[in-house]
Design a protein around this ligand. Structure first.
Ligand code: IPM
Ligand code: MG
Length: 360
């Protein structure tokens, strides 16, 4: 089969890890007899430098026209001026919104051979297999008003935590569907003791829970969830939560896996999650950032991006066997002892990828 994939390598280590992940995709293409056409575009700081905009209309249109988008990372000290008109992160948010990818799936699994790379006690990490479903196009990141002003001689800033019922219901339904294929447990994370938006969240979670009686629903306050992720992560299955809580909890959860460099993500639209059938749009990216401190050195861990390719194959291209062959290859490579610097080894980005390719 033939597919069009837009590549947005971005900034920092983004181009290094995306370049290696494409080599893996090419091996999959030749092994399984597919054709992947890549369309590479600028997004983030590199796009500000070239076009004066972190995400151009043309790039967004190209992404929409493709079967899936693979992204590296955006941002870096060069574009960190708080007074700048545009920022790399704005491009990323505009891309998520523009593609309508409302659900961000962040699986957190601990490879047994990497248990010692985590600062947590080994017994806590046994059997950890969590899927965080983060709402991605609403909440504090996008709510209006969002502004700065002078009021009564004081400088004032406002962000708004806003959710519509449909935004909560669609991500909640997806979480239940995903839980059905796993341990059948959803932990809905909110701050319903304080926030009105969280009270709506909890009400709708309860409602969706009633429609899905085969899946166990538990409500948890976000502060408790932050603690439970460290004290009892093996008890969690699917966690579903609003945008900003999900941002924070997934960085915390990445510590369980030994390194942020290990973790992939998939951001899906209604089409991508099977609610409609006209396209299968998805945006795939590692959860790590652009890591300016190691950019250009060729030592970044490519696994988060390579596993993101597996999710791309699974969710957007519907190629399950191909997805599994990448995931198995990564698992076997780690078992065999291959390690980049972040997980205590010496392999370069390229050498790590070579090892993974040998296992495909
Ligand atoms: C993430 C990142 C982004 C976010 C930043 C880069 C805007 O932290 O994907 O988790 O906050 O969503
Ligand atoms: Mg984040």
């Amino acid at each position: 089969m033939k597919f069009n994939i837009t590549l947005l390598p971005g900034d920092g280590i983004g181009p290094e890890v995306v370049g290696e992940a494409v080599r893996v995709l090419d091996v999959i293409a030749s092994k399984f007899g597919h054709i992947f056409n890549y369309n590479e575009r600028l997004m983030g700081g590199c796009s500000i430098d070239k076009y004066g905009s972190s995400l151009t209309d043309e790039t967004l249109a190209d992404c929409k026209a493709s079967d899936a988008v693979l992204l590296g990372a955006v941002g870096g000290p060069k574009w960190d001026d708080p007074n700048a008109k545009d920022r790399p992160e704005r491009g990323l948010l505009a891309l998520r919104k523009g593609l309508g990818v409302f659900a961000n799936l962040r699986p957190v699994k601990v490879h047994p051979a990497l248990i010692d790379s985590s600062p947590l006690k080994p017994e806590k990490l046994k059997d950890v297999d969590i899927l965080v479903v983060r709402e991605l196009t609403g909440g504090l990141y996008f709510g209006q008003p969002k502004m700065r002003e002078m009021k009564d001689g004081r400088e004032r800033a406002v962000d708004t935590l806003e959710y519509y019922d449909y935004e909560i219901c669609r991500v909640m339904e997806l979480a239940f569907n995903l839980a059905r294929g796993r341990k059948k447990k959803v932990t809905s994370v909110d701050k319903a003791n304080v926030l009105e938006s969280s009270r709506l969240w909890r009400q709708l979670a309860t409602q969706v829970g009633r429609d899905n009686p085969d899946v166990e629903l538990e409500h948890m306050l976000v502060d408790t969830a932050a603690m439970k992720l460290i004290t009892g992560p093996a008890w969690m299955d699917v966690i579903v939560t609003e945008n900003m809580f999900g941002d924070i909890l997934t960085d915390e959860a990445s510590v369980l896996a030994g390194s942020m460099g290990m973790l992939p993500s998939a951001s899906l639209s209604e089409a991508g999650v099977g609610l409609s059938h006209d396209t299968r749009m998805g945006l795939y990216e590692p959860i790590h950032g652009s890591a300016p401190d190691i950019a250009g050195k060729g030592i970044a861990n490519p696994i988060g991006t390579i596993l993101s390719c597996a999710l791309l194959l699974r969710y957007s291209l519907k190629l399950e066997a191909e997805a599994m062959s990448i995931e198995n290859a990564v698992g076997e490579t780690i078992t065999a002892g291959a390690r980049t610097a972040d997980i205590g080894g010496k392999l370069t980005t390229r050498q790590m990828t070579d090892e993974i390719i040998k296992h495909i």
